[in-house]
Design a protein around this ligand. Structure first.
Ligand SMILES: [Zn+2]
Length: 299
């Protein structure tokens, strides 16, 4: 039986290693409802979803993380965005044939992974790694090695449960300021964690999973957080992006279609803007007072 999506944080107090365990199957299913992606793309998005959920849970502040993979293969872009409330969304852009048995490399071609961390207050920062691993987990390992962050390992599982797609994962991270000799213990915990099976993550309570993996270690398990599919798009955000387009282009679309129909590529929501919404009451091809423009560029 599927369990509800939750993220659990835990701690090996005597080893100064923290962990996370997440199940995202419902979120994953909801995310794919609006799309018709081939199976390998669905799987890639599931893996990205798990990774983004685990990474977002390491944030010490309010904000969001976008993990995207882009390249010159048939899958131009696969992207997941999640925030500190564990509200997740994602999509992909495909142009060409995706081989059913295709590897990450076959889908993406030459490409890279971009991780963008956007605090609600403060500067955003971005890390980029070339895609030279065979799996997303390998690329993430490369990212953590390159970015000189705390030693971190992710364990990602996707699969099927009761005829539905399912996904979950775990993360281990050495706490800041810990002595080097703790790395042997970290490696030991990594080896134990690597034995986790998808089905265990999809079906078992967190307590049970931790007991199976680490029954000889002392582990503190914290209160879980809900994970859900939620798109953060809005009419205002669409309006904000509309005003970055040249006015002549907007006028041309309005003239041709009588409206501007913006579809959110994450959730499929349509936002319709009429002439009045954009240029006020007057005929947009006539003279107009600048003060009547309702959607205006922010200075
Ligand atoms: Zn949306």
């Amino acid at each position: 039986m599927t369990k509800h999506d939750q993220l659990h944080r835990f701690l090996f107090e005597s080893h100064s290693v923290r962990g996370e365990l997440v199940s995202v199957s419902e979120t994953y299913q909801r995310m794919l409802e609006n799309h018709h992606f081939p199976q390998p793309v669905q799987q890639l998005l599931g893996e990205l979803l798990v990774a983004t959920s685990l990474l977002t849970a390491t944030l010490k502040f309010n904000g969001d993380i976008t993990v995207q993979i882009q390249g010159d293969g048939p899958v131009k872009l696969a992207v997941i965005n999640g925030n500190n409330l564990q509200q997740m969304r994602g999509t992909a852009r495909i142009d060409g044939e995706v081989n059913a048995a295709g590897s990450l490399r076959d889908m993406i071609g030459n490409g890279y992974m971009v991780i963008t961390v956007t605090p609600t207050e403060g500067e955003r920062y971005q890390g980029v790694v070339e895609l030279d691993g065979d799996t997303l987990a390998e690329c993430l390992d490369a990212y953590f090695k390159q970015s000189e962050q705390l030693p971190t390992r992710l364990f990602i599982r996707t699969g099927m449960l009761d005829g539905k797609i399912a996904a979950g994962g775990m993360l281990l991270q050495i706490l800041p300021g810990v002595q080097e000799n703790s790395e042997d213990m970290f490696d030991h915990l990594v080896q134990l964690t690597a034995t986790i099976k998808g089905e265990e993550l999809f079906t078992l309570d967190a307590k049970e999973v931790l007991y199976r993996l680490y029954h000889e270690e002392g582990v503190t398990l914290y209160k879980p957080q809900q994970v859900e599919f939620r798109c953060t798009c809005s009419r205002q955000r669409c309006a904000d992006s509309l005003v970055t387009l040249p006015e002549a282009d907007l006028q041309e679309i309005l003239h041709k279609d009588g409206k501007i129909d913006m579809e959110c590529e994450f959730c499929g929501m349509h936002y319709i803007f009429g002439k009045k919404d954009i240029f006020g009451e007057k005929d947009i091809f006539g003279e107009k007072d600048i003060s009547e423009i309702k959607v205006v560029k922010k200075e």
